[in-house]
Structure formats: C-alpha cells, structure tokens
Design a protein around this ligand. Structure first.
Ligand code: PMP
Ligand code: GLN
Length: 380
C-alpha cells in the first residue's frame, strides 16, 4: 500500500475540473484550451494514408526521421539555428511529456527551479516529484512583465533551471528581445539550464515576433525548447510535440524518453511530416487567431468585463472586479453552473494562489460559439 504520497495535497488539474463541470452542467466550455473546429482534412488524410501504408508499428525512439528533418528545417528558417537531426531533436507525446522528461532528466534533490507564475500547471508537480523545489516569481497584471532584477536576486547557488513560457499561458504576454537578452545574461553567468516552453510559437498578434530561445546562441546552448503540434494544427487530442536541445542535453533527455514512452504515435508522425512540407500550414495561424481575438473582444465590448487584448496564445483574460468581489474559483463555478459558461480561474496558477479577479477564456472556437459566449458575458 502507499504509505506516503509522492505528491501530497496535489489536486486534480483545473482543466479536468472545469471541463467536467461544463459537461455536468451543460455549459459552453471555454475553459480548457482546445479548438472546437476540425483539423485540416489534408492532414487527416495524410495520417489515414500513413496507417493504410502500414506505419503501424513502433517509430524510431527519437521520432520519425522525416518529421525530425521538417522540424529542423522549420526551426532554422524561423529562428536561424540548425539543430542536428540525428542528435538534437526528439518527437514527444505533446509538450507535457517533453517538459516532464526534461525535468526528470536533470532535476535532483533540492535543486531550485525558477518558474514564472501564473505558470502552466505541469511544471511544479514534475519538479517536486524529482525532489526539486520551485521558486515562483509572480508576474502581475495588467502587463505580466518579468522584472529581471527580481529574477537575478532569486538565483542562489542551488538554482539549476529557469522555466519560462512565451507566448504566455494564461496572460497572453510575450517575452521581448530585451527579455531574452536579460535571461541569456543570467543563464550564462550562473550556468543554468532552461526549459523554454514555446507551444504557442505560431500564435502572436499585432505584428509581434515570437522570441524563441533558438534565436539566441548562448541561451540555446542551455535550453530545452518544447513545442506542441496540438496547438498549431488544431488537434490537441493527438498529443504530439517535440523537444529541441543541444547534443549533451538531448543525450540526457533521451535516456529518460526511451523508458518513459520509448517512441510516440507513428502514423501521426508520418502525417505531420508530410503536412509540414508546406509552411503555409502554420504561418497563417497568427492572423487566423488574431481575427478570432478581435471578433470576441468586439462582441464583449459592452459587457462589464474589462480586458487588455491578448498579445499571443488563444487565451484572453477577463477582469471581473467591477461585477463582484467573489474569489475567482467561486465565481468561475457560479458562471459555469448558473450562467452556463465555463472559464478557468487563474489564481490556481499563481504563487500562493493570489487572486487578481481574472478569468481565462479560450477563443479557439467557432465565431458562433464566441457569439454565444459573448451573449452570456454581456448578461452578467
Ligand atoms: N505548455 C503550455 C503553456 C500549454 O498551454 C500546454 C497545453 N496546452 C502545454 C505546455 C502542453 O502541451 P501538450 O498538449 O502538447 O502536451
Ligand atoms: N494547455 C491547455 C490549457 O491551458 C490544457 C491542457 C490540459 O488539459 N492539460 O487549457
């Protein structure tokens, strides 16, 4: 029997909680981040063809060669760095497995890991499972900008890694070139590891450029870059992603990966490899989601919710402080059960669950769904 939990007090993830609550109460689900429109039929057919062509057994441990080649080419063309196909890329079961594996491969007892909160919820439990200690740095509304002096002061002799995420879930904040340069100075000075969680790399708005760790030569030498095809190609349920890292880091990563999953879904890898041959399949994504953001914000402009337009990701924060002083978890529950609209309360991602009265909605939805959500929000 289990005498001592490895993760005492760990709650069920908010995404499961809110999606279940939405289903139980027949609410419109804008909580968990996933599109409610289909993937491109061209991609679906490419995967189906791979199955018919017999790619139904194990893929190579690192990932299908063709897919790794396409990933390397895409990274070079967008960020100017060429990773080695043979030794610096691994295809993973979503970014979650890439992040978990990078942490498992590097974090030891009492290692400190700096994370920026609100933080995506898979970082902290993984750090804890391997004996590490997360050191959250709180980003504050409305802009959620990092303070690099604070980061510098948080680094101790025990600091092993910094995890950051740009475009940032849930705030929609983007790291700037200046942020990346500041980060690079600290990482090099203290010889730290980095996980750069770039799952929303193709969703940036208002003409901004995604800042990848791959574009910064010294930073890249210390970084595991994690990415997700689910976000980019509207199929979060396929759980496909990848990790890029310099050879010595990737060697350690693969020591764990080979016994964690060994390899991931072969026909989907084949399908993605052929689909990635056309860069237009991902280069239009920012414009596509910017239109959705604008459509949604225009529809709720006469509501009592306040907002700063998201700069990237497919999430928008809504400030409800003019409506009620209720805590965000209670308000999100009431919204779901009474108003039939499910959102994510963001305090669960914060240091000490600080409550800024902000709900997160996912606008990766059809305009019809966004219209329905706006009607509800305007009625509150
Ligand atoms: N990081 C962030 C910031 C995310 O929002 C998500 C999930 N959407 C992930 C990682 C995990 O991605 P995946 O679904 O590919 O595991
Ligand atoms: N990344 C998605 C979000 O932020 C959810 C992923 C999950 O359900 N674990 O909503």
């Amino acid at each position: 029997m289990i005498e001592r939990s490895k993760l005492p007090n760990q709650q069920t993830t908010i995404f499961t909680v809110m999606s279940k609550m939405a289903a139980d109460h027949g609410a419109l689900n804008l909580s968990q981040g996933f599109p409610n429109f289909p993937s491109d039929p061209v991609l679906l057919e490419a995967v189906a063809k791979a199955m018919r062509d017999g790619y139904n057994q194990y893929a190579p441990m690192q990932g299908d060669l063709g897919l790794r080649e396409r990933i390397v080419e895409k990274t070079q063309s967008l960020y100017g760095k060429r990773y080695d196909v043979a030794s610096e890329v691994t295809v993973t079961a979503g970014a979650t497995q890439a992040i978990f594996t990078a942490i498992a491969a590097t974090i030891c007892q009492r290692d400190e890991v700096i994370i920026f909160t609100p933080a995506y919820d898979c970082y902290e439990p993984a750090i804890r499972l391997f004996g590490g200690i997360s050191k959250p740095i709180q980003l504050c509304p409305p802009l959620f900008r990092p303070d690099w002096d604070e980061v510098a002061k948080s680094i101790t002799t025990k600091t092993k890694m910094i995890i950051f995420n740009t475009p940032h879930n849930p705030s929609g904040m983007l790291f700037t070139e200046e942020d990346m340069l500041q980060l690079q100075i600290l990482v090099v000075k203290h010889d730290l590891l980095v996980i750069s969680d770039e799952v929303y790399e193709h969703i940036v708005f208002d003409g901004a450029t995604h800042q990848s760790a791959a574009s910064y030569e010294e930073l890249a030498k210390h970084s595991f870059i994690t990415a997700s095809f689910g976000k980019t190609f509207h199929n979060t349920g396929w759980k496909m992603g990848y990790c890029l890292a310099p050879k010595p880091l990737m060697k350690e990563f693969q020591k764990v990966h080979q016994y964690n999953v060994f390899c991931v879904n072969h026909p989907v890898q084949k399908g993605l490899a052929s689909y990635l041959e056309n860069p237009n399949h991902y280069l239009g994504l920012s414009a596509f989601y910017e239109e959705k953001r604008d459509y949604f914000l225009e529809s709720i402009k006469h509501s009592r919710f306040k907002y700063h337009p998201s700069k990237g990701t497919y999430f928008q924060l809504l400030d409800y402080s003019e409506i009620t002083s209720e805590g965000d978890v209670a308000f999100a529950e009431r919204l779901t059960k009474h108003f039939k609209l499910a959102t994510i309360p963001t305090s669960v991602f914060n240091k000490n669950q600080e409550d800024f009265k902000l709900l997160r909605i996912c606008f990766a939805k059809t305009n019809e769904t966004l219209e329905q959500a706006a009607t509800i929000l305007k009625s509150i």
